[in-house]
Every structure is written in C-alpha cells, then in structure tokens.
Design a protein around this ligand. Structure first.
Ligand SMILES: Nc1ncnc2c1ncn2[C@@H]1O[C@H](COP(=O)(O)OP(=O)(O)OP(=O)(O)O)[C@@H](O)[C@H]1O
Ligand SMILES: [Mg+2]
Length: 414
C-alpha cells in the first residue's frame, strides 16, 4: 500500500435498498472503488428504522458482498441518514476577537461554528452539519472566505442540519448490532451532492433532489454552501401504492409494472403506439390495463411530489439562488419520462445526477471515482453511497492536513 493510501467504507441505509461501498483513496490518485454490495432493505419505512432485527442481516449481507469483491474486511463505516425528522435552519453567531492579533484563523471559525451550533441547539435533536453561508466582518457583510482577513467582530449566518436524536441513535445502534462501528453520519443529500454536483453548480446555485423509495430529500446549494435543506416522507413507494390501488394489483406487481413500464410499453401487442399493457391482478389472472391509466397515476404522483419540493423552496425565498437549475438523483429518476415531468414542474433546466466513473487506467483531474467491473454504480440511485465515500475521504484528507500542519508547527518544519 502506498504510504498515503487510506480506505473508506460507506453504507447507505435506504428504505428500498441497503448499499455498501469500499474504496481506496489517495489525495492525488483519486478514489478507487474496490467493492460494492446491495440488498433489498428490510425493517425500514420512510428512511426510519422500524425493525432493527430485520435490518441487521441485510446490512451484513450488503457489506459482505462488498468485502468479497474488495478482498478486504470492514469494521468502520460512514453512514447516510434521511427521514422527515431531518431538516435545516439558518442561525447566526457572533465572535469578538478580544485579545492579540485580530487576523482570522481556522480556530476562530471553529469557535464561531460552535457558537452557531449552541445557538441552534434544540432538546432531543442532534446537529449533523453546520455550514457557514456568509460572514460579516466589523459590519461589512457578504464575505465568503474570511480567513486571513482582520476584524474585531465576526458574524456568520450558518445553516444547521439536524435530526431527531433517538432516530440517529437507532441508526448507530443497528449498525453496531450488525457488527460494525459508525465512524461518521452524513445527511443523504449532502452525500449525494459530493457524487453528482459540479463545483460550478455549487457556486452558482442548484437545487439537488434525491428521490428514494420512502423519502424525497433536497437541498439548495449556493456559494458553495447550503441555504435550505429538508426531507419529505414520501417517495417512490407512494407511487407504487397508488398504482396498486388504482389498477387493483398487488404492491409487488405494481412495483414491477412501475419499474418495467417503458419495457412493457415496447412489448405490448400493438407496438409503439400501444394503448394497453399487460398486468396480472391480485387473483393472478393476466389482464390488460389502459396505458393512459398507468400514465395518469404515475404522472400525477411524480408531479405532486416535485410540486411540493418546488413550493417549499419558493416559500423559503430560495428560488432566486437556483440559477443552474435542478439536479435529481435516486431510483425514482428511472421512471419513464421523469425528466420531462420535472422540467414541466420547475420550468427550468433539470438533469439526472449520475455519478461519473472512470477506468483505473485513465487520469482525470479532481478527486474522481475510478472503477473496474462496477459499471452498475453509474446510476442515480448510487449517488448517496458514492458521495458518502467522497465526503468521508475529503474529511480524512482535511484531518490529515490539519494534523500535519499541527505537527509541522510543533517542530518548526515549515
Ligand atoms: N427502473 C425504475 N423505474 C422506476 N422506478 C424505479 C426504478 N428503479 C427503482 N425505482 C424506484 O426507486 C425507488 C428506490 O430508490 P432508491 O434506491 O434511491 O431508494 P432508497 O435510497 O432505498 O430509499 P430512501 O432514500 O427513500 O430511504 C423505489 O421506489 C423504486 O421503485
Ligand atoms: Mg436513498
């Protein structure tokens, strides 16, 4: 192993799927994906663990699959979290530099962040992320990077993303019961952002929406910060439920119809202009349903979901920040004509966030993903787990940098 290599293990506990990825990372050589495991989820509802006993074997199976591929054992994992209990609020914090040199250092900013966390603290809630939006130095506002500048008083607007303490603790306990140790927890959309957003999008302003099986989670990025984050406890399962009710078929059959709808259309007897598609009812008898009925149910549910996100973001006065449009990830984006529907609802450019993977023989600028034989990870449903890997790797590199500078300062090497 090259000296600066390190390994990262990521686990995305989703309502529909549990996904695990093992990667070898290096500051210059990027992120090499070594193994990936996926298993259908059990014991989760709307991204919340309702039966940890059912979930632990699934976690083990997903991680074991990744371990076999990577030929490496996992102990620590970084996990993602979502659920309607997770949301963001913006708070302000003030720090007066009373003594000595008034040049702003990382230590000052860390102290300011601590103040923001304590200003926003709520009983029973756990802060997952504190993200500075902008600073005001001695009354001069709109400053994005205050490091190295001089001021006697620093004010900051900070976005705090928090979740219910018990829910977060449940995630940790369940992962422990499965035999692993949680190293860090990341909100699923922040993780997905690390896999699919460009720096330019994060700077200019973009709305990232992760549409999973049980939840729709979203965040507004601008100036490399987060201006709003929220989770809505409705996802792809809701579409499946409505399809099952509307067509009088089982949930499993509705899920199959939803996911293979485009193929069913092609396979229908009258070819491309098919007006009917074949399903088997709860009585297991095959019958034809009208294509327009299926489309009407899927269309209205998807549009409703996206309209909710759009209205919420507008209510928070965040729309003006979204100059680069919308990026969507998660399994729901596979739906037939999803992009068209999303563009109609948002009336702005929308793209599907697919993680970019390069061949290990390529050289790509930035902290890119490289993989061999893991083609299936180029999928919007893998954005969260892959982003989690990059999030964890960036944190590790930053921590190493801090440790190094501390070490260098101590021995006056730099
Ligand atoms: N080909 C497809 N066509 C339509 N929908 C699909 C397709 N593949 C997956 N989905 C839907 O995507 C959803 C699962 O997405 P995903 O795997 O991102 O969810 P998750 O991460 O497990 O859940 P969550 O993030 O809500 O906890 C399900 O509702 C599933 O039906
Ligand atoms: Mg998910």
């Amino acid at each position: 192993m090259a000296r600066q290599d390190f390994y990262v293990n990521a686990l995305d506990l989703g309502t529909s799927q549990v996904r695990a990825v093992i990667a070898r990372c290096h500051a210059e050589h990027g992120i090499h994906l070594l193994g990936a495991g996926v298993r259908p989820s059990e014991g989760m509802r709307k991204s919340i663990i309702i039966d940890s006993g059912a979930l632990t074997p699934v976690i083990r199976a997903a991680i074991e699959e990744a371990e076999r591929q990577a030929r490496r054992e996992v102990r620590d994992v970084h996990i993602s979290i979502s659920g309607a209990h997770v949301h963001g609020v913006t708070v302000s914090a003030v720090l007066n530099i009373l003594e000595g040199d008034d040049t702003i250092t990382p230590a000052h900013l860390a102290e300011l962040m601590e103040k923001a966390r304590s200003n926003g603290a709520e009983k029973g809630r756990e802060c997952l992320h504190a993200i500075a939006q902008e600073y005001c130095l001695d009354g001069h506002s709109g400053i994005l990077n205050p490091l190295g500048k001089r001021a006697a008083r620093i004010e900051a607007a900070v976005h705090l993303i928090s979740g219910d303490h018990t829910m977060i603790e449940n995630h940790g306990r369940t992962v422990n019961e499965a035999g692993f140790v949680v190293q860090d927890i990341c909100f699923s959309v922040i993780a997905a952002g690390h896999a699919v957003l460009t720096d330019q999008e994060k700077k200019d302003g973009v709305l990232l929406i992760d549409l999973g099986g049980g939840t729709t989670s979203y965040a507004v990025y601008h100036n490399h910060s987060i201006y709003y984050a929220n989770v809505f406890g409705v996802g792809g399962d809701h579409i499946t439920n409505d399809l099952a009710l509307g067509l009088r078929i089982s949930f499993a059959e509705a899920e199959e119809t939803k996911c293979t709808y485009a193929r069913l259309l092609r396979m229908s007897e009258s070819g491309e202009n098919a007006q009917r598609i074949k399903v088997s009812g709860t009585d297991r008898k095959a019958r034809m349903v009208l294509r327009q009925d299926v489309e009407m149910i899927i269309d209205s549910r998807v549009e409703e979901l996206l309209q909710f996100v759009r209205d919420d973001v507008e209510q928070r006065q965040c729309r003006a920040r979204i100059t680069r449009g919308v990026v969507c990830t998660g399994g729901v984006t596979h739906l037939h004509r999803f992009l068209e529907r999303a563009e109609k609802v948002f009336n702005m450019p929308v793209r599907i966030g697919i993680p970019q993977l390069f061949s290990p023989h390529d050289r790509h600028p930035g902290f890119a993903f490289y993989a061999e034989r893991l083609e299936h990870l180029r999928d919007p449903a893998y954005a969260t787990v892959l982003g989690l890997v990059r999030y964890a790797a960036i944190n590790e590199l930053t921590a190493r940098e801090t440790r190094k500078s501390w070490w260098q300062r101590l021995f006056s090497l730099s």
